[in-house]
Design a protein. Structure first.
Length: 449
């Protein structure tokens, strides 16, 4: 039997070659930069040679892949967008069909057909290593029972990554998957989970279910909450009020991990919880402005990623559409890798009112920080003068709450105060959690209709 690295039968938990770089994040800045340059040039040469999309792009732009000597030269290469992936999906394949071991799907920019991100066995090993490193940074290991409250099926990548990474750190894994708060509560209580991996709003719902049924979430002994899919901090790096409440509810510390299917790499908190550490052996990250040019250190812009070492459908300078910023300098944990701040919003969700900008997620988290608010969502329309009309729908469970109280709270935190409309919790759930959708929808953009 063949034993080459891309063979389908390779153990999914085999070591990813870049594991030899583990520990690099504690080295000096120059050593980290040199390793990134080396890994990047190898990735570019593989991709330019094997991927029809990038072969064509390099030829069209007149770029010799060998002329890119490192991260500093990356700007010469145009960015890749989600639209490119949708329109040219098959042209991103850089391996033979026999080498594809796993089919991952992600939402497309247009139409109902999802984009495929096909993975080789080597990519699966990379994914497992990536999550092993993330769990390791959070101090999760063999003593832990980790419950995954996220889908592991339907071709989603994230649940699979957490599962494989958890196995690699030696934890006991509980594949709860997508389910109701009641199912999750009984399962995590029964197995004595010490770590919950899930979307913060779901973890809150599980805790609320427990409390409503006379139980105490703190009684289980969960010590860590791993937050996926939603930001848990504001731009000032402070935990959002609703997230602080979540920590109190469970008597646990919450950690942020940020990733996407396209980047296949997590930016994860260390035990200091001061931003998601970049893994230098797995990804090159840039923060760019609206023209694709780098912003000064610490400034806000769009995150652009080049996931290193991917062999199935490798990407170069992929625009994530997520707005964030980088924190440079040594972390208290000793690592010298840059840390990614919280995702402040989606680039195309930015709302503009009289020269000021705000993200729907900011308004929602501010409203959800008020006691007696069960949830909120934003709807935007376009005014004739070019400004955006913003409506904040707030589900309240406390009848004594007034629109003025929410307005005052928003005014203290944001320069833009939207029109506030009270709704019931039932109306909120019906609007934000339509049947069949994986993620809660909390922004309804009617500006282009
Ligand atoms: Zn750190």
């Amino acid at each position: 039997m063949s034993t080459n690295a891309g063979h389908r039968g390779q153990s999914l938990l085999a070591d990813f070659p870049a594991k030899e770089y583990a520990g690099l994040e504690f080295e000096g800045y120059e050593k980290i930069a040199a390793a990134q340059d080396r890994l990047l040039t190898g990735h570019l040469r593989y991709t330019a040679q094997r991927s029809p999309f990038y072969r064509e792009l390099f030829a069209r732009e007149g770029i010799d892949p060998h002329s890119i000597r490192g991260v500093a030269d990356l700007l010469k290469i145009p960015c890749t967008t989600k639209d490119d992936l949708t329109l040219r999906n098959n042209d991103f394949l850089a391996c033979s069909p026999e080498e594809i071991a796993d089919v991952c799907l992600t939402s497309a920019t247009t139409g109902d057909t999802p984009n495929a991100l096909l993975q080789t066995s080597s990519d699966l090993s990379r994914l497992a290593y990536n999550e092993e490193a993330a769990f390791g940074m959070m101090g999760i290991g063999a003593a832990d029972t980790v419950i995954i409250c996220a889908a592991l099926d339907r071709c989603f990548m994230a649940g699979l990554a957490y599962y494989m990474g958890g196995l690699k750190v030696g934890a006991r894994m509980v594949r709860a998957g997508a389910g109701s708060a009641a199912q999750h509560w009984h399962l995590l209580k029964g197995c004595g989970a010490t770590v919950i991996v899930g979307v913060p709003s779901l973890i809150r719902k599980i805790g609320q279910y427990a409390i409503e049924n006379g139980d105490d979430p703190k009684s289980v002994g969960v010590r860590k909450l791993v937050a996926i899919g939603e930001s848990i901090r504001g731009q000032d790096m402070a935990l959002l009020p609703a997230v602080r409440q979540l920590e109190e509810m469970w008597g646990s510390a919450i950690y942020s991990t940020y990733a996407s299917t396209e980047m296949a790499t997590a930016f994860c908190d260390c035990h200091e919880r001061q931003g998601g550490h970049l893994r230098p052996e797995l990804v090159v990250a840039e923060i760019v402005d609206g023209h694709g040019m780098p912003v000064p250190h610490g400034h806000t812009g769009e995150l652009v990623v080049t996931p290193l070492g991917v062999t199935g459908m490798p990407l170069i300078r992929f625009r994530t559409g997520d707005i964030s910023f980088m924190i440079i300098g040594q972390c208290e944990c000793g690592r010298r890798t840059p840390r990614l701040g919280p995702v402040l919003g989606r680039k195309n969700h930015m709302l503009k009112v009289k020269g000021t900008t705000v993200f729907p997620s900011f308004l929602i988290s501010a409203a959800e920080g008020v006691d007696g608010v069960a949830g909120a969502y934003v709807e935007a329309t376009k005014k004739e003068d070019g400004n955006d009309n913003i409506f904040l729908y707030v589900a309240v469970t406390d009848p004594s709450l007034s629109v003025e109280a929410i307005s005052d709270c928003l005014r203290a935190r944001a320069r833009v105060v939207p029109e506030i409309i009270f709704i019931t919790e039932e109306e909120y759930l019906g609007k934000t959690l339509p049947p069949g959708k994986r993620k809660k929808i909390t922004f309804f953009d009617l500006r282009r209709q």
